[in-house]
Structure formats: C-alpha cells, structure tokens
Design a protein around this ligand. Structure first.
Ligand SMILES: *[C@@H]1O[C@H](CO)[C@@H](O)[C@H](O)[C@H]1NC(C)=O
Ligand SMILES: *[C@@H]1O[C@H](CO)[C@@H](O)[C@H](O)[C@H]1NC(C)=O
Length: 927
C-alpha cells in the first residue's frame, strides 16, 4: 500500500526538478576540449569537459563549420591505455549516446586517426577518419542497467584518438524497446527524413529527443542513390498526429517522397552491416486523394520474397489522413549495401509514398570482467587518486594501467600493481575477493592495520606489502596459499612470530625491518630463501624463473645498434620541416637525464649511433637514452628540427620518441624503454634456450611490426621508408607486443657518418637487391626486408649465416626459397616450435614471405596485403590452438590440416643451388 502511494507521488516531484534545473532533462552535451558553458542556437546547453583529467585539448578551424562545440576537441596519447568518459544515467531508462569526431588536422600531422570506441566493455565502433573536415558521428541506443556508463577510446592504430563531442539523450517511451535489449545495443546506421526541403537535418527542438533526421537531399557517396525516375517530393503544413513518445517528429512526417511512376527505389551503404538489425519505416498520408484514387504498395527487398507480401495502405492502416503508420522489422538481416524498392500494387492508382525510416544494427553487449563490481568498491575508497579515475571496465577492451587480466571471455583480474601510490588506511578487504589474483603489489604506501586473510585468492603467487605501516601478525592463512612463491612484508610494524609452517614453505620471504616480528627459535629451515635487504636480485631471479614475474623484474635489455643504416629518405622529409620548430619535441635538461640514468650508469646497448642507457624519470617512467656519438649538428636549431620530426611520428607499433637533449656538447634522444629487448635475441639469442616464442606469438609480433611499417609507408606525409628493418630493430615490450625502432633517423645518420652518406645503406641479409643495384629507394625495399624477417620467424635462423644453410649458402632467402618451392616446409621450420603450429598458417606465411622477397619491387605485395595475410593466419592459428587445447593428439591433427602443398619426400640439397649473397645481388633476376 505504502509503495503504491509513493509511486503516485514520484512523477510530479521529478517533473519539478526537471523544469527548474535544465531545459532538456536527461540531456548531457559535453564540449570536449571546451572552456566554458554555452547555449547553441538550437538551445542545447553545452558544458566543457574541463574536469576530465586525461588527454590534451586542441582548437581547430574548419571551413564551413562555425559551431563552437566543433572548434575544440580533446586528444589522447596513442598508447595501450583506454581513456574513458563516465556519465551518470538513470537505470532502467533508454538513452541515445552520440559521439562525434571532427579531426580538423588538430595535430598538424595530416594523419587520419583510426581508433576504437567502446561503451563499457563492449566494442562500439572503429573510428576511421577519412577526411579532415567531415564530422564522423556514432550513435548507440541502450537501456541503462547501471547508474553510470563509460565511453572509452582505445586501440589507436594510426594517429591519436580524440573526441569532439559526447551527447546523451534520454528517451521516455518505448519505441526502441526490443526483446533483445538486455543482450544487444542498437547502433544507429540510418535515420532518414524523405522529401526534406533542405539539406539541413531535423533535430532538437523539432525532435524533443534530439535525434538527427538526416535529409534525403544530402549528396554523398553510396547514400540514397539509384533513385527511380518519377520520384517527387511532397509536403504539407497540416499537423500530423504522431501521438506521443518517440515517433518521428511532426516536421519529419510533413515531408515525403512519392513514386509517380509507381516505384520508389534507393540504394545505400549501411554502416556496421551486414548483420541483424532493427528497421522501421514511417508513413503518413499527406496528399489529398480523390474518391476514386487508391495508394497501395509493397516493400520489395531483393532476396527476401517473404517480406514482400504485406501491402501498405497508409490511410487504412493509420485509420485516417495525417496520421502515422509505422510498420517495421524488429529483427531483420541486412547486407552492407542495401537496395530496396516500394512498388505500387496492381489494384493501386497511385505510387508509393515514404516519409521516414530508421535502420539500427544490433551490437552484442560484452559482459565485462567478473571482478568489475569488487574492484569498483576498492576504487571508490580512493576516489580522488588519479589511478582511480580510469573508468570503464577494469579489463575490457583493454585493462586499466595498474591491472592485468586473464583472457577469459569474462576476464578476471590477475595482477594489481599499486606500488608507491600513497594509499592510506587498511588494505581494502575487497581485494581478498579477487579470486583470480596472482600478483598483488601494494608496497611503498602508507597502509596501516592488519594484513587481511587472503584465502579467497588461492592463486596468489606474489605478494608485495613491504614499506608500509602494517601492524598485527602474519595471518596463518598465508601458509595455505598453495602457489605462494614470494612474500615481501619487510619494513612494516608487524609483530608476533613467523610460523614454522611459513618458514618451511618453499618461498622467497622477506620480513626484515619489523622490530617486533621474530622467527621462531630453534628451527632451521632448509628449502626456503629468505632475502635480507642485502641479497641481490640474482637470487630473486633464480627463485622465480618460470613464473610470470619475469615481466615485472624485467630483463633490462636494449637492442644493440648496428652500424649505420636507418630510416627516412632524407630529401623526402625536407618539405615537412618548415614549421617544425614551433612544434618542438620535449627538451630534457642534462641534469634531468643524469638523474634519470644515475649518471649513465647502466649501458643497455651500443652501436653506430652511440650508446644506449637505461633510465627512469621522476614520474617512474622507464626510458632508453641514446647518446649520439656524432656531434656534427650545426647548432641547436638544426638538431631540434630533426627531432621534432621524430616527435610527430606516433603509432602504437613504433617505439615512442619522448624527447631530446642537446647541451654541453651532448646530443641525446630519449625513447620509451622496451622491457623485452629485441626480437633478434628472442629468435636466436641465448634467451631462446630458456623459452622459445610460440608460433602464434610470432605471428602477433609479425602483425605488430607490419602495422608499424605500414604506418610509416601510408600514415605519414611524406611517407617514410625505414631502410633498415631487421630483427634487432623490432623491440618487444612487457607483453611481447612488438614495436619498430630506429625510424626517422636518416638525417642524423647522414651527419653522423658522412663518409657513407651517399651510398646504399641497410644491413647485409636484409637489403633489397633491386635497391642495391638501382639505388632507387621505394617502400618495397622495406617489404623485402620484412620478408626476410618473416623467414627468420619461421626458421629461427639469422638472415646471414655461415653454418645454417649448407656449404655454399649464406643467405636465408635462397635457402628458404628452395625448400618452400619444393614443398618441403618442415625443412625450414624452427625446431624449437616443437611442431606446435598449424600447417596451413605456416604455408600462408612462408608463401607471403617469398612474395615479399621477389627480386623486383613491383612484384612484391604492399604492407597492407602482408598484414591481411598475417591476420588471416592468426585467426586460423587461434582456431587450431583451441582444437589443440581440446585434444591431445595434436601431432596427427597437423598432418590432416596440411594444405594443398604436400610435403615432398625429396631431400633437397640446398647447397648445390644456393647462390651466395654477393652473387644474388649481382643477379637480382635469378630464379
Ligand atoms: C535475430 O534473428 C536471428 C536469426 O533468426 C537470431 O539468430 C538472432 O539472435 C536474432 N536477434 C538478434 C539481436 O540478432
Ligand atoms: C598523500 O596523501 C596525503 C593525504 O591524503 C596528501 O596530503 C599528500 O599530498 C599525498 N602525497 C602525494 C605524494 O600524493
């Protein structure tokens, strides 16, 4: 009874709030990068996103665009993170969320960004800007199930992710209710106002929900073409009864097209399709029909005869003139290119009439991490900390910066790294509910109180709680964690005794620096390593080899630089240097660099350019510091011009250039540090004996590197030819994702080694023979080098070797070609793969590699074609992997999968036919 009474009271209260606080209740209009509140000419109230803590703002100016909200934007680094806007919504309410993107060359790079946008964990769309002056719009209709939503940008493959506006529009009716609404969003593909009197869309305030009804007079590619002859616009001033709710607004219904010759036909491309969608048409009879006139028509969809049966008679169906009739399909399969026709029936005197239509695509909702709500509770305890602001799902589409997740469909958090984040109070007890947790790093904070019971996290391997102010005893339950290998609790205020059970456990334990915590006496422990503060990292490494901690402790490797060779074709760059000075790269001071590298203490590589040192900036970012040997730059300005060019090349698969320093006669370049060193070391260095990289991982590395190269070729203006691609220039990060390094250094190379500046540069074994002979450099020279890298990934052999390829052969290309062409792929596959690969994918890559090393550039594929092939192979390999995991007879499965290329039993004597490297260069057309 009481509840019912309340329910009756509620609506007027809400209405009251709505009227006094905002003119469009349920509307949010964020002007990204904006500075102030303003009302636009439609009466929409825009607010700036100036409280948003990530990214940078930019102002742009674009011809024919004067709306203030489009003059600004916010952009984000092209890194592995996601950047999320979180908006408040009312649960169990339907909304439209709209994101728009106007590039306007905000970064003066003229590189059209490409990145992903997601709603919470669900991939919403890939934004691929194709024109600097055109606004891209994405809209999604959803039923709110939580009090907030997050719109996240991530996964930039070219340029930087950015956002111009973010809008939220609340519905209050149910036209978009579907039976799939708990599992699917509706992504808006087309919303068309037919017979519109101008190109301007109809939206707020005509449409109280501010949907944008696009005019059918807008002319753009593949939008409403193939229009039937005899199509005429009609309109009326008469009011149209659109009832209430979310029917199209009256203004949209007052115009229509009529097929005077008996047909209306249209063709348009549907964004997001093929797939299942929601499609509705809206009709209102707005012509005066004479008594003897009848308008009846049918929808004809090619390939869908069943749908064509019901006939429409608007006046009859709507029960009168100027009234709405809205037939549609709540779930229909549509192709990407949709052609449709409305045709007059044989008993009709008038042609068909159409006022409006809407087509939305179903987008499957992705369930987020299973730990989402638990970690949200933890985060809410630190709501003002920056790490707590990342927003969205902790794991999807990419994890928060301080979290690692497993790859389950509904991922679990496996690692939490909150070292040195100034955490206070007790260790949040909710952390103990993360049942998938393997690593917990809370060291170097100001945490107080007891260590909680972690028996809810049975997978815990590594616990770092050192350097806090924790009190109380070590909980006995620590002994019961079966996988616990490392426990660090030193420098706290713990008390009591360390139990003999814990001492007997096979683990690295450090409990020094706790005045009142003591080992039980008379107990000598055998199989445990206790680390006092003086025991070095060597012990630690030995103790943990084989576990994933290697990623954290990190082998601080950095590639050796080879002699010369590098990068961009110098003359092609000159044109872009004009305005470089005013967009200068970050300038580090020498003292900053000295601090970061502890006075150039740790050398991690060296080569023709100089020496590379490991460093760590004040903010904790690890860096690689390249001190150039040459000091021949004419002056600061020339050097900074060069480096500002580098700073404009951004791609997630290119090693990030962070800045430079030129002082005290030193020229220094600063890059992000890549924890796993070079691909070379992993393929045939000493590391391979410890663990070799799997075939699927190699494919992923190939994909990453290929994307970086493709960006240099196609994403940069002018395009950049790397010139010195090789496995030692492909670096691997913590997660073994690959990035290409040493691009863009040509001018530096010329100056730094002027005695070779005019001749061919590159590395023997990777060098395009055609370029060697003609000295004409093209992108296809990089493709050749990449082909060699693919062969190395397949075989685990170096490009040039005196031993690996038989008596007279030193060159991997000649060797691999003979084997592949005679069908003997097994003869070249790296034995350390132990046969764990799908034959089909191995063949795919081998054949593509051979295409890449064709003697003539014009016969080689482009990098995009190579990427496509690698991606296909990855898909197939993942499928095969799933099968392998599901069954143990993987060896026999391999042979069954083998493709058209049946291995030849012939044992090819490679040496007889193999040309030496020098001979191959002299005769590039051989074979
Ligand atoms: C639509 O229909 C198809 C085929 O009948 C079905 O598989 C699908 O689940 C339905 N719903 C959506 C949202 O795709
Ligand atoms: C740590 O937190 C305290 C209290 O919240 C604050 O006053 C202090 O500035 C913080 N220090 C840092 C380095 O963030």
């Amino acid at each position: 009874m009481e509840a019912r009474f309340l329910f009756l009271l509620l609506p007027p209260v809400l209405l009251f709030l709505g009227v006094t606080t905002a003119q469009n209740p349920g509307f949010v209009s964020l002007d990204c990068g904006g500075q102030e509140n303003f009302n636009d000419e439609l009466g929409l109230q825009w607010t700036p996103d100036d409280s948003f803590m990530y990214g940078e703002t930019a102002n742009i100016s674009v011809a024919n665009e004067t709306r203030k909200q489009y003059m600004t934007l916010r952009h984000f680094p092209a890194d592995n993170r996601k950047y999320c806007y979180t908006l408040n919504v009312t649960t169990r309410t339907r909304y439209l969320v709209r994101a728009s993107f106007l590039y306007g060359n905000f970064d003066n790079n003229n590189v059209y960004p490409k990145f992903d946008i997601s709603l919470g964990p669900t991939h919403w769309a890939t934004i691929a800007i194709s024109d600097a002056d055109t606004i891209e719009v994405q809209e999604l209709i959803f039923l709110a199930s939580d009090p907030t939503i997050s719109v996240c940008l991530s996964n930039a493959t070219t340029g930087k992710p950015f956002l111009s506006t973010l809008e939220l529009r609340q519905f209050n009716g149910s036209i978009y209710l579907t039976q799939f609404e708990n599992q699917f969003y509706l992504s808006v593909s087309a919303r068309i106002n037919f017979g519109a009197d101008s190109e301007a869309p109809v939206r707020y305030p005509d449409d109280p929900f501010d949907r944008i009804w696009e005019s059918d007079s807008v002319r753009k590619a593949n939008y409403l073409v193939d229009v039937a002859a005899g199509t005429e616009k009609v309109s009326t001033r008469m009011p149209i009864d659109v009832s209430k709710g979310e029917r199209p607004p009256q203004k949209v219904m007052q115009t229509a097209v009529v097929g005077r010759n008996g047909s209306l036909t249209y063709r348009l491309n549907l964004d997001g399709f093929p797939g299942f969608g929601w499609a509705f048409t809206y009709f209102a009879e707005i012509e005066d029909l004479k008594p003897n006139e009848v308008r009846k028509f049918r929808l004809v969809l090619p390939g869908n005869p069943d749908l064509s049966k019901p006939a429409v008679n608007i006046e009859e169906n709507a029960q009168g003139k100027y009234r709405l009739y809205e037939p549609g399909f709540p779930n229909i399969s549509f192709p990407f290119v949709l052609s449709f026709r409305f045709g007059r029936t044989s008993d009709s005197t008038l042609g068909p009439l159409l006022n409006a239509m809407e087509i939305n695509k179903y987008v499957k909702k992705i369930d987020g991490s299973l730990d989402g709500s638990v970690i949200a509770t933890v985060v809410s305890l630190y709501s003002s900390a920056d790490w707590a602001q990342e927003g969205g799902d902790p794991c999807l589409p990419v994890p928060w910066s301080w979290v690692l997740c497993n790859s389950d469909p509904q991922p679990r958090i496996v690692s939490i790294k909150l070292s040195g984040k100034n955490l206070t109070g007790n260790i949040p007890s909710d952390l103990t509910k993360l049942s998938g947790l393997v690593e917990l790093w809370l060291d170097g904070n100001s945490l107080t109180g007891p260590i909680p019971d972690f028996s809810g996290c049975m997978g815990l391997k590594i616990i770092h709680l050192e350097n806090n102010q924790l009190t109380g005893e070590l909980p006995p339950s620590l002994v019961d964690l079966p996988n616990l290998r490392e426990l660090y609790v030193q420098n706290n205020m713990l008390s009591g005794t360390v139990s003999s059970a814990l001492l007997d456990k096979n683990l690295v334990l450090n409990y020094t620096g706790n005045a009142n915590l003591h080992k039980k006496h008379n107990k000598v422990s055998q199989n445990k390593i206790i680390i006092g503060s003086s025991v070095g990292a060597a012990v630690l490494l030995i103790a943990t080899i084989g576990s994933c901690i290697l990623m954290h402790k990190g082998k601080k490797k950095y590639p050796k630089q080879d002699k010369l060779g590098h990068a961009v074709s110098a003359q092609r760059l000159v044109s872009s240097l004009g305005d470089a000075a005013n967009e200068a790269a970050h300038c580090f001071s020498v003292s900053e660099i000295e601090d970061a590298t502890s006075n150039f203490e740790k050398k991690v590589g060296s080569g023709g350019f100089g020496v590379v040192y490991y460093g760590k900036l004040k903010d904790g970012k690890e860096i690689a510091v390249k001190v150039l040997t040459s000091n021949s730059f004419q002056g600061k300005r020339e050097f900074s011009n060069e480096v500002s060019l580098l700073s404009r090349i951004h791609h997630r698969n290119l090693v990030q250039f962070l800045g430079y320093c030129q002082e005290e006669g030193k020229s220094i370049l600063v890059y992000e540090f890549m924890h796993n060193g070079t691909l070379k070391e992993h393929l045939y260095g000493p590391l391979t004996r410890e663990r070799s990289i799997s075939w699927i991982k190699r494919l992923e590395i190939a994909e990453d590197a290929a994307k970086g190269i493709e960006y240099l070729h196609t994403g940069c203006v002018p395009s950049i030819i790397h010139r010195d691609l090789k496995t030692s220039n492909i670096l691997l990060d913590r997660n073994l994702r690959a990035k290409v390094s040493d691009f863009g250094l040509s001018k530096l190379a010329v100056d730094g080694a002027s005695h070779v500046s005019s001749i061919v540069r590159g590395t023997v074994g990777y060098l395009d023979p055609e370029y060697y002979i003609s000295q004409q450099l093209t992108e296809k020279s990089d493709v050749y080098s990449f082909g060699v890298i693919l062969l190395e990934l397949i075989s685990g052999h170096e490009a040039i070797s005196n031993e690996s390829f038989g008596a007279n052969c030193r060159n991997i290309v000649q060797w691999a070609k003979l084997h592949i062409q005679s069908g003997d792929i097994q003869g070249i596959v790296d034995p350390s793969l132990h046969g764990v690969y799908d034959n089909q994918t191995m063949w795919k890559i081998a054949e593509k590699a051979l295409m890449c090393v064709q003697p003539h550039g014009h016969m080689r594929p482009s990098m995009s074609e190579v990427i496509k092939e690698i991606q296909d192979a990855i898909l197939i390999e993942r499928g095969a992997e799933a099968v392998r995991e599901g069954s143990s007879d993987d060896i026999s499965r391999h042979s069954m999968h083998s493709s058209q290329n049946i291995a030849s039993p012939m044992d090819i004597g490679a040496s007889e036919h193999c040309l030496s490297i020098d001979a191959a260069m002299a005769q590039p057309t051989a074979r």
